[in-house]
Write a protein that binds this ligand. Structure first.
Ligand code: HEM
Length: 275
């Protein structure tokens, strides 16, 4: 369209504010994809290498309750949990690509089935490990992770139910909620490292005992905050109010900028040095 034609047919107001939201959502997805890929790189390079080299005890450098000699069931649960994490994170990113749904609907369905199954099994394995061996942090961490596992199970059921009933708009919403709950482990690391970078060190928790009010809040915020932002995004998407849509787009860009700081901190401080 020429400039003159564009002037005589101005872009409708609603199209402009919904496209600002689309741009913000695409930017969020691009930053998330980079950050989650770096996490996968670390999982493969650190945990994968320990397994391939036949030195499973090497994972104890980062996992306080990692490989325990003689605990066959616990060790199988741990390494299955970690191996599944690679497929879950990779599969989740693939599933969010809108192009995949239109170009390869069969792949979308199979990847979706595998994502839901692995997320459910991995959450159950995570709960088993936490209850039998324990993990870092205090009671809030345990409660926060237990609630996350229960949300994964509930959201997985609702995602599948809505797809089977061919209620695709509702299916999409539950699938996105599932993605947020499954990504809690990643949000935790990004939130923690973003907080450390912004404050120039540990504030609100003791880095040795790994306890304190900041971590108590993060134990729940790791998924409740992304889920709350997602609900606001859904409302802005269906709203006819241009201001609400623009405010949401700006808020999403700000949240993505904070995520970017956290990803940088996690990559430089936790993931890349361990490769
Ligand atoms: C379904 C999504 C999940 C994914 C993708 C995931 C991924 C991971 C990864 C990659 C690790 C290794 C961490 C590292 O090297 O820094 C890990 C460890 C662990 N995860 Fe998960 N996880 C998930 C859900 C859960 C849930 C719901 C629980 C508990 C209810 C849980 C409990 C644990 C425990 C106990 C460890 C070992 C930590 C330690 O040794 O202290 N995970 N998980």
């Amino acid at each position: 369209m020429t400039t003159a034609a564009a002037t005589s047919f101005p872009i409708p107001h609603r199209v402009r504010h919904t496209s600002a939201l689309k741009v913000a959502a695409a930017f969020w997805f691009a930053v998330t994809a980079v950050g989650q890929s770096l996490f996968v790189l670390y999982i493969l390079g650190f945990h994968g290498r320990a397994l391939v080299q036949g030195q499973p005890e090497a994972v104890n450098k980062v996992l306080p309750k990692g490989y325990v000699p003689g605990d066959l069931l616990g060790n199988v649960a741990l390494f299955m949990h970690i191996a599944f994490a690679v497929a879950i994170i990779g599969g989740g990113l693939l599933q969010l690509l809108p192009q995949l749904r239109t170009i390869a609907p069969r792949l979308h369905r199979w990847n979706g089935r595998s994502y839901v199954t692995l997320a459910v099994v991995s959450s159950l394995a995570g709960m088993f490990m936490m209850l039998t061996r324990g993990t870092v942090g205090g009671p809030f961490m345990y409660a926060g992770m237990t609630l996350d596992a229960l949300l994964v199970l509930a959201f997985a059921c609702l995602t599948v139910r809505e797809a089977r009933a061919r209620r695709f708009d509702s299916h999409r919403r539950w699938a996105l909620r599932l993605f947020m709950a499954v990504s809690a482990v990643w949000f935790f690391r990004v939130g923690l490292m973003g907080w450390l970078v912004i404050n120039g060190g540990p504030v609100g928790f003791d880095p040795v005992s790994f306890r304190g009010p900041f971590l108590d809040v993060l134990a729940f915020a790791q998924y409740l905050l992304p889920l709350a932002v997602l609900e606001l995004y859904f409302r802005a998407q269906s709203s006819r109010n241009a201001l609400a849509s623009r405010v949401m787009a700006a808020g999403l860009l700000a949240a993505t900028a904070f995520m970017g700081v956290g990803i940088f901190g996690a990559a430089m401080g936790m993931w890349l040095p361990r490769l």
